[in-house]
Design a protein around this ligand. Structure first.
Ligand code: HGY
Ligand code: MN
Ligand code: MN
Length: 400
């Protein structure tokens, strides 16, 4: 049996980001394609037959693919400068759980698959859970094909380079029909387990969350030759919008709003920008609250653009309503694992997308600091092994 920690160690050199720290591994880029090769080799080592679906998700099968399959897995891509565990821990734990079950002489009575979803973070094409959204029909294929990365490479170009046919992107009912139950193990992105002193939890819910692009358009000009009164500087309302995000979220219970990405055009030090793109990530316990946060921010941003004589366009790039994992499966798993904690999460996951289509659950593994989407993200080897043991027990029960 290969432990989760050993498997993580085997990819720790892939996609390191010397500028940001941590890892930058994005959908269908050279690094992620290298991780896919690694996954194929690990699957082959275990005699798991790998099939790629039309949307670039990889499925490693223990047994003939068929309806009612027990599926586990996660993603291998990261946010820019992300940690080593978000995504990969779910994939390596699934492989290690297969090893553990095999060593116990277990043979699944149902098909069992380990899945790697494509572009979960949206770090390249801007839409989170892109692979599971395409699989389930949660994004229009034409819209997806036109998604472009910061270099202007479209998803259609990227999947073509990866050997896929972009014309085939889209809902895949045949693959969906094979999934009986999906269980995703993930490093906890928060301090729930640390505060409870437990290594593993089962998930109850995921916050509603969306991403919007606020485009502020003004008048590009010279930083020295343009009097203040003659300016229509889009950076000014953009800056007000960043502050408005915090003010608006603080005004709505348990809401979060983040601006982590702001891109001025053209971006010269001595240049008044002609436009500024600002991306908002807003989340809250339900749809109405999330929309309330968005509207507060939009109103404050609109007032700011009016004062500066600029123009604002807001584009919704992705949205997912609150996810409540199926209580019966949740409680069955919690009981099978001796009554482990049940925790909500503010982080989105492919499991959140699939939960609308098939019985879905998540397991969380303790993260000592709770920090995620940063190089400091961590899980102790002992807790990773507790996660594998828990996942193997769940898979053994579901597929037994
Ligand atoms: O953004 C998220 O919540 C997830 O990590 N993709
Ligand atoms: Mn993430
Ligand atoms: Mn993740």
């Amino acid at each position: 049996m290969t432990s989760a920690t050993q498997l993580l160690a085997s990819i720790e050199g892939v996609g390191r980001d010397p500028r940001r720290g941590g890892f930058s591994r994005h959908g269908f880029d050279r690094v992620e394609l290298e991780l896919r090769e690694w996954f194929l080799a690990e699957a082959e080592r275990r005699g798991l037959a790998v099939r790629g679906d039309r949307n670039g998700n990889l499925w490693a099968w223990w047994g003939e693919p068929g309806p009612g399959a027990i599926v586990t897995g996660s993603h291998l891509d990261s946010v820019p400068g992300g940690g080593a565990f978000d995504g990969p821990l779910g994939v390596v734990s699934a492989l290690s759980a297969v090893d553990m079950l095999r060593e116990r002489g277990f043979t699944p009575a149902k098909p069992l698959a380990v899945v790697v979803f494509a572009e979960e973070e949206g770090g390249r094409f801007g839409v989170p859970c892109l692979g599971s959204r395409l699989l389930s029909g949660a994004i229009d294929p034409d819209t997806a094909r036109r998604l472009a990365d910061p270099d202007g490479v479209t998803l259609a170009d990227a999947v073509t380079a990866a050997g896929l046919d972009p014309a085939r992107l889209g809902r895949d009912d045949d693959v969906l029909a094979t999934i009986g139950t999906f269980v995703e193990l993930h490093v906890e992105q928060g301090r729930g387990l640390v505060d409870l002193g437990a290594p593993v939890a089962v998930a109850s819910s995921i916050l509603a969350h969306g991403r919007w692009r606020f485009r502020f358009t003004g008048e590009g000009n010279h930083a020295g030759a343009t009097l203040l009164g003659d300016r229509h500087d889009p950076m000014v309302p953009a800056a007000e919008m960043v502050l408005a995000a915090r003010i608006a979220a603080a005004d709505v219970e348990d809401a979060r709003a983040t601006v982590g990405r702001l891109v001025p055009n053209p971006g010269g030090t001595n240049v008044i920008a002609s436009s500024v793109d600002v991306w908002l990530d807003a989340r809250a316990p339900d749809d109405a609250a999330t929309r309330r946060v968005l509207e507060k921010i939009r109103t404050m941003a609109s007032d700011a653009v009016h004062r500066e004589g600029c123009v604002l366009t807001v584009t919704e790039e992705s949205y997912g309503d609150t996810v409540h994992f199926e209580p019966g499966l949740r409680d069955r798993i919690a009981a099978a694992l001796g009554g482990i904690p049940v925790l909500p999460t503010g982080a989105g996951h492919d499991a959140g997308v699939l939960a609308a289509h098939v019985p879905t659950a998540m397991l969380f593994v303790r993260n000592p600091t709770g920090v995620s989407h940063a190089p400091e993200e961590y899980a102790e080897p002992a807790d990773c092994e507790s996660g594998v043991t828990a996942l193997a027990a769940v898979l053994g029960q579901l597929a037994g």
